[in-house]
Design a protein around this ligand. Structure first.
Ligand code: BGP
Length: 459
């Protein structure tokens, strides 16, 4: 048996906008997702918008029982900023009652809540003022964070500020997958900087309100592997890691933006506008732990004809198709579990061995009904195999001294996923959209229960 550390967190992750549903009800104001769906529903797979997701707003009490049934001892989701503070200032009493009951029931069931504050759901009222482009967003987020700690700090002691900040930055300002779907590298960097300062403002509020709890940030890690050891390819790898990983990880852990990143931005005329007090504030507000979402690695090489100054990240590093890669045929993403060992070692050696956990890892599958047996259960052996492979490498990293304290899968019940709607299924439970969101456990749910109860992987 490959034993995991004592009190290891076994669970799953999700987010408010992807699971709550009722996104226009119970006092909630719209986020960019609600508005975007109203403005351009055709962009969303099968016209599926955020109003109806897995509707945990209604089903949370039974869902928490379902969590226990598959051995989960922890669950990370987020609070919707637009539900708690619909206009950014005024508390919504229905939201307070909902979240308080939700978190109380989790605690009673022995499912530790880890609460995140922002999962791509920018309030529309703030977007109308420029969203993260506007420096006002920093203090607005700080106020929201402080309010959340004050309202729920007695029920939740582990918090995170952002989920995958690089995703809303790149998807909104470079790649067109998130609102406002524009392409502007300079704005993307400014949005990134304000996001970083908003994280700092939230940590600062946390230290005032919650002397005992722990706070972290959740980052997507796609460690970059370079095509060759040629200096140009290695430089591409360095650029990719600086932008994708170190841009938030270094400030979160050490309180500083890496010098090399500052140089790279300066060389490309991309430095953001900052305020004099920012550096000291960042240095004073580092985190207690890190969450890392890992799905697939980055394969990079030197760009062929880069523009100087860079107009796009592709001028700083290019992707290449690694011929030996194993692909998830049901989602198209590369499967490379070895990276979890590399990530564990990176945290041990480059990030002062700060405690961290796998905050998302999972396998998305389109048209998953094809794997349903006669009893109605999804036989997702591919998902079990995927997780075993990743956990084996994670275990090696822990054995080598990396301080990983948990593994949370993406996700608990199949959920709505942005423009992809319900296309890719990830849950331990299937959700039937045709039958009032009925949940049915998948084979992986039974497997997860055994794993969590044993706290060990069979050899
Ligand atoms: C992660 C996000 C999640 C979720 C997941 C699956 O990056 O944090 O919110 O969406 O990816 O993505 P998809 O549904 O596109 O396969």
């Amino acid at each position: 048996m490959k034993q995991f550390p004592e009190n290891f967190l076994w669970g799953a992750a999700a987010s408010a906008p992807q699971t709550e549903g009722h996104s226009s009800k119970n006092g909630k104001s719209p986020s960019t997702w609600d508005k975007w769906f109203e403005l351009a529903p055709e962009k969303f797979n099968a016209d599926q918008g955020p109003e109806n997701t897995s509707n945990m707003y209604e089903f949370y009490a039974d869902d928490i029982k379902r969590m226990r049934k598959i051995g989960m001892n922890s669950f990370r989701t987020s609070i919707a900023w637009t539900r708690l503070l619909p206009d950014g200032k005024t508390l919504n009493p229905e939201a307070v009652a909902f979240y308080r009951d939700y978190f109380t029931k989790m605690n009673e069931a022995g499912v530790k809540p880890i609460m995140n504050l922002f999962h791509f759901d920018m309030p529309w009222w703030l977007m109308e003022k420029g969203g993260w482009e506007n420096r006002e967003s920093v203090e607005a987020f700080g106020f929201y964070a402080k309010t959340a700690f004050e309202q729920f700090g007695d029920l939740v002691d582990m918090w995170t500020t952002f989920n995958e900040p690089m995703v809303h930055i790149e998807s909104g300002y470079l790649y067109g997958y998130h609102y406002p779907a524009i392409h502007d590298f300079k704005k993307a960097v400014q949005v990134g900087y304000h996001t970083l300062m908003a994280h700092v403002a939230a940590v600062e509020a946390f230290r005032q309100v919650m002397p005992k709890g722990q706070i972290g940030i959740i980052l997507n890690v796609s460690p970059a592997y370079s095509r060759s050891d040629e200096p140009a390819d290695l430089k591409a790898k360095e650029n990719a890691d600086l932008l994708n990983i170190k841009s938030f990880l270094d400030p979160a852990v050490f309180g500083t933006v890496p010098e090399k990143l500052v140089t790279l931005l300066a060389e490309n005329e991309l430095l953001p506008v900052t305020e004099a007090a920012d550096k000291a504030r960042m240095a004073a507000n580092t985190v207690d732990f890190i969450g890392l979402n890992y799905y697939q690695p980055g394969r990079v090489q030197a760009p062929t004809n880069p523009k100087q100054p860079a107009q796009d990240v592709s001028d700083l590093f290019a992707h290449y198709d690694w011929p030996d890669k194993k692909i998830n045929p049901y989602r198209g993403w590369e499967i490379y579990p070895e990276a979890l060992y590399d990530v564990a070692i990176m945290m041990r050696d480059e990030y002062r061995n700060i405690p961290w956990y796998v905050s998302e890892n999972g396998m998305g599958v389109a048209d998953e009904e094809r794997f349903m047996d006669e009893s109605g259960e999804i036989q997702d052996d591919y998902r079990i195999e995927f997780m075993i492979d990743h956990l084996n490498y994670l275990h090696q990293g822990i054995e080598a001294g990396s301080q990983c304290f948990g593994y949370q899968a993406w996700t608990f019940v199949d959920c709505w996923s942005w423009l992809n709607g319900y296309r890719n299924r990830y849950g331990f439970y299937r959700v039937d959209l045709e039958d009032n969101y009925k949940r049915t456990v998948k084979k992986s749910g039974h497997w997860f229960k055994e794993l969590a109860e044993r706290n060990a992987l069979p050899e």
